[in-house]
Design a binder for this molecule. Structure first.
Ligand code: AMP
Length: 114
């Protein structure tokens, strides 16, 4: 399978890894949108949050977010994002969460219009 995040998990392509456990790998986003921008990626290939069925894996993703945000010193706050599918703006079809922080992040979306 030609999946960039699977290749990072398998260490076939490099990444700046900051945390790993049996469920997830966490590394720096290559195009950071904030001073801290980390990606929490499942070790197992799952297409997106829409395909997640394992509650243990879901819990592991959230607990990894909490851990790496704390370790990154984001005590003033941070944001967790999961882009899902075309309308969600998902570019890489491998389940991942974005942890963003290090500056005020503003509104959740650029415009409040629906
Ligand atoms: P998403 O739109 O949620 O699918 O986000 C995918 C993210 O993966 C983007 O923020 C990209 O900058 C990031 N990304 C893509 N390729 C790499 C890579 N090789 N190493 C680190 N981050 C990557």
């Amino acid at each position: 399978m030609d999946c960039v995040f699977c290749k990072i998990v398998e260490r076939e392509i490099p990444a700046r890894v900051v945390h790993e456990d049996e469920h997830v790998l966490v590394f720096q986003d290559i195009r950071p949108q904030a001073p801290t921008h980390l990606l929490i990626v499942t070790r197992r290939h799952v297409g997106s949050l829409a395909d997640l069925e394992d509650p243990l894996l879901g819990g592991a993703l959230l607990l990894a977010a909490r851990k790496v945000a704390r370790e990154a010193g984001l005590e003033k706050g941070w944001r967790l994002i999961a882009n899902v599918g075309a309308h969600g703006g998902q570019e890489v079809d491998h389940l991942h969460l974005h942890v963003l922080g290090g500056r005020p992040l503003g509104r959740m979306l650029p415009s409040a219009s629906s």
